[in-house]
Design a protein around this ligand. Structure first.
Ligand code: UT7
Length: 334
């Protein structure tokens, strides 16, 4: 029998309605549309407004849309993995909350935290369950309500992030389509450059941590940029070489959307022209775990069965990696 691979058989995404423009940010912090555009490529980002709404609410929109368009009964789902750094609560897992809200009752579910690389870590993890042959329908969700952990008085971070969620359905494939290879890496020493200082067991929440604004994203932008630009490009080239892929063989690069300059550098190293690179950072900013599924969702109708696609990410941790897959169906957005 042919090897069982995990194939993406459907994708859906969701962004909240509210659009936070660079112009509006100019009224909030000392910044300019020109600075944000030239340094990051971002023009606007979507923000989830409304009391009591969290990451699961965006994820539920993505999952409901996905189940509907793939005609999938929630009772047939075997496993849900949610990649997020902004879970609804510290525990239980947001994946459990999503499952409950959409009526998934015959699955187990858990969250995975690998910051901006979370979606490709989760996709890789999920693919292993499929490859064993015992799991038939697995949901991988990537989503973040970054606006809940961003300090809107800090111009270095608040201009970058946005909110979004996306979800894919993974199913077994024996016709050679699906996930072919993945390379994942971690370097925990990078944590000093990008982290959230308080709210964990080392520094539980207190009046002082709140007053010191320590529950927000802390990022040393330049240091992270340096590691991101080299590691994301290196791992993308590594997965090409390992699988004997030339730039002509690759239909699409799907990069994590952290900074247009990082995306361009990665594409350049891979020898890819811009028209083979999915880029929507200008409209959504960095939605952390939402970036890669949102790109696949928006490009779905252009994707064709057999397309060679490389997903690549770099994020806090540090974490980074690349996934090489063969797209499993001709896309037609419902
Ligand atoms: O997704 C997970 C991983 N994260 C990343 O990959 C992010 C990687 N880092 C980056 O994308 C970039 O480093 C940033 C976009 C965060 C910052 O861009 P940069 O070109 O590295 O700027 P910088 O931090 O070196 O700052 C340059 C100048 C500074 O002023 P001085 O010291 O030169 O006078 C900053 O204070 O720009 C200033 N600055 C701003 N000015 C206007 C920083 N933020 C802003 C701002 N508006 N929003």
């Amino acid at each position: 029998m042919n090897k069982i691979r995990a194939a993406i058989t459907g994708i859906h995404g969701y962004v909240p309605d509210y659009i936070l423009t660079n112009k509006e940010l100019e009224t909030m912090v000392d910044t300019t549309d020109e600075w944000i555009t030239t340094r990051t490529g971002i023009k606007e980002r979507h923000i989830l407004k409304g009391e009591g709404l969290g990451t699961s609410d965006m994820a539920v929109e993505a999952v409901m849309g996905l189940l509907k368009k793939t005609n999938t009964d929630p009772l047939d789902i075997d496993l849900v993995i949610c990649a997020t750094v902004s879970p609804d609560m510290v525990y239980p897992a947001t994946a459990n909350i999503i499952s409950d809200k959409v009526g998934i009752k015959n699955a187990f579910s858990f969250d995975l935290n690998a910051a901006c690389s979370g979606f490709i870590y989760a996709l890789t993890t999920a693919s292993k369950y499929i490859e064993t042959g015992s799991y038939k329908k697995v949901l991988v969700v990537g989503g973040d309500k970054m606006s809940s952990i961003v300090d809107y008085t800090d111009r270095q971070t608040c201009v970058i992030f946005g909110d979004a969620a996306g979800a894919v359905l993974l199913e077994p494939s024996t016709d050679g389509m699906g996930i072919q290879d993945t390379i994942l890496r971690t370097d925990g020493s990078g944590r000093v450059h990008l982290h959230q200082k308080a709210g964990g067991s080392v520094k539980p929440a207190s009046h002082e941590t709140v007053a010191n604004r320590e529950h927000f994203v802390y990022q040393e932008g330049q240091a992270v940029f340096k590691f991101a630009v080299s590691n994301m490009a290196d791992v993308s080239v590594e997965i090409m070489e390992k699988n004997n892929l030339t730039s002509d063989d690759i239909a699409w690069l799907v990069p994590h959307q952290a900074n247009l300059r990082i995306i361009d550098a990665t594409a350049r190293r891979m020898g890819l022209a811009r028209d083979k690179v999915m880029i929507n950072i200008q409209r959504y900013g960095n939605t952390t775990n939402g970036t890669i599924p949102m790109c696949l969702y928006e490009w779905e109708d252009k994707l064709r069965k057999g397309d060679n696609i490389v997903l690549a990410a770099f994020g806090g941790g540090f974490t980074w990696g690349a996934v090489y897959l063969k797209w499993a169906y001709d896309g037609n957005k419902a």
